[in-house]
Design a binder for this molecule. Sequence first.
Ligand code: B12
Ligand code: SF4
Ligand code: SF4
Length: 357
Amino acid sequence: MNETLKQTILNETHRLGFFLAGVTTPNPPPHLSAFENWITQGRQASMNYLADDRSCARRADPRLILPECKSIRVAALPYAGPKPASVKESVGTIQAQIASYAWGEDYHLVISERLKALVKFIEEQLGHPIPNRWYTDTGPILERDLAQRAGLGWIGKNTCLIHPRQGSYFLLAEILLGIELEPDPPFQTDPCGTCTRCIDACPTECILSDRTIDARRCISYLTIELKDGIPAELRSSIGNWIFGCDVCQTVCPWNRFAASDGDPAFSPRDNIPHPNLIRELELTSEEFNRKFKNSPIKRTKHRGYLRNVAVALGNSKARDALPALKKALNNPEPMVRQHAAWALEQIDQSSQITGSS
Ligand code: B12
Ligand code: SF4
Ligand code: SF4
């Protein structure tokens, strides 16, 4: 009976747009020790929620989240990754870059709705409610590790979960279920081989040899999760990324053959992915909230966004940005003023070197 049920659930999972899906057990994740070591080294930076004892215990044992859990459905929803030609160099351009998962609607909202629908579907099939708990991103579980064990792909040297035909431009989601479903075989091989492209290309050299990254230096962390000032020594490596970073995925050969156009919910909004940095620096708080309603970009808040835009303008060395940056010196947020001052210095120094006035 469960084989048929498993197939029926799989069909519905695909119908909801999840192009990859598998089932795993609620046993402890296979690379839990890598996570524990990562925390011991303090590589989670200011993301303290990852290190608290309760959340670590739950990552180690999904049954602490749902004692009745008998199987975990893991699924992946695709987004269209950047085409290599659309990757813009930072110096001399006043166009920003935004990580491709964030071009459209916030995946937390999109995926949550679909997971709810999937649970409802399963309960309808069974004819009664079942214990369940679903997550995408924010839950205390090791999503990549569970996805690898559910057969969705392997964890590459860039630490992303990669599928041999679909690459890594997708988001993960899980449903802990109080029903037994046959687990799928784990993905066994490591197709990274001797490749080191992601390690060589990472602008801040934060990809470590133990298949983890040092979040303290990752552009994705610095531009999204960090709430304070960006360390001065890392600012120039950020280039024109103002929200997230796709470099270690763009260079990955497995993404060259990724077939998917991405889920329509993630289609780019107006002016995305390359908004004009000068215009972005002039966004008022109301404009920011309106522009990024239901977008993941809202996570930075207005002040974090202006901080990132100021850094990117400093890296652009564009003299056209001087008036907007000077105006930002009066911003009520000290962090924005400080980053605007830094950007002005960068442009000033570059003018002195080139002799322009
Ligand atoms: C914290 C976090 C971040 C942090 C830290 C990322 C990191 N690599 O650790 C920051 C803010 C930097 C970040 C950035 C990004 N993130 Co993030 N992030 C998370 C989050 C919430 C937790 C990850 C975590 O626990 N990290 C700690 C490390 C140690 O664990 P891990 O990344 O799972 O890595 C495992 C491997 O390292 C493995 N491992 C270790 N050694 C070995 C050895 C071998 C041989 C093997 C096979 C495995 C292995 O074991 C680890 C533990 O299971 C997850 C959601 C979740 N709850 O899992 C999303 C998640 C990982 N992020 C995601 C995304 C999309 C991104 C970005 C691409 C966004 C962007 N474009 O800017 C970048 C990618 C950067 C990168 N190269 O990882 C997706 C990944 C999808 C995918 N295809 O892999 C997730 C799953 C969210 C989701 N629901 O889709 N993220
Ligand atoms: S997201 Fe960017 S900064 Fe972070 S590991 Fe990948 S290439 Fe490096
Ligand atoms: S770029 Fe190379 S080493 Fe890095 S994840 Fe892709 S295949 Fe693996």
